[in-house]
Design a protein around this ligand. Structure first.
Ligand code: 4NP
Length: 150
């Protein structure tokens, strides 16, 4: 799961997907990172922590990190939160790796290339909206890649 800062959107996406996989007893390695390195080692934004907690998900074990080129070999799927992240990710790929990079909302809204809005400078309502978008997209990840009916 990749966003810009790895403190708002992608930590939520990581937490939500891990939560769903655990509930279904599926083992898969899920992680998140930022294309920017502004918040390395920081906890998720307190508003992301709060919205996750509202839905019984604890994301306080997460610390922000910057995307590494090795991530493109280590991971099978790389989900970008918005079109900027997507373009940055695509620029970093080597031969054959570009097929791993997806826009996360294309899982729930195929072909629309919609972005998860950056909630960083907004109020707390933005985080509820982001949560709902990511929750639906993560259900679709389980359906589309793990062949589960959600
Ligand atoms: P995120 O949100 O990419 O969803 O983690 C942001 C966090 C920090 C900044 C921008 C977006 N920032 O400019 O510091």
């Amino acid at each position: 799961m990749v966003c810009l800062g790895n403190i708002c959107r992608s930590p939520l996406a990581e937490g939500i997907l891990k939560h769903k996989l655990k509930a279904k007893n599926i083992e898969a390695f899920v992680d998140s990172a930022g294309t920017g390195g502004y918040h390395i080692d920081a906890l998720p934004d307190e508003r992301s922590i709060a919205i996750a907690k509202k839905y019984d998900i604890d994301i306080t074990d997460q610390r922000a990190r910057k995307l590494r080129s090795v991530d493109f070999t280590d991971f099978d799927l790389i989900f970008a939160m918005d079109t900027y992240n997507y373009q940055d990710l695509k620029k970093m790929t080597k031969d054959g790796e570009e097929v791993k990079v997806k826009m996360i909302l294309n899982e729930s809204h195929p072909g629309k290339n919609m972005s998860v809005p950056d909630p960083y400078y907004g109020g707390k309502d933005g985080f509820e909206n982001v949560y709902q978008m990511l929750n639906l997209a993560c259900d679709k990840i389980l359906e589309n890649y793990f062949k589960l009916k959600m």
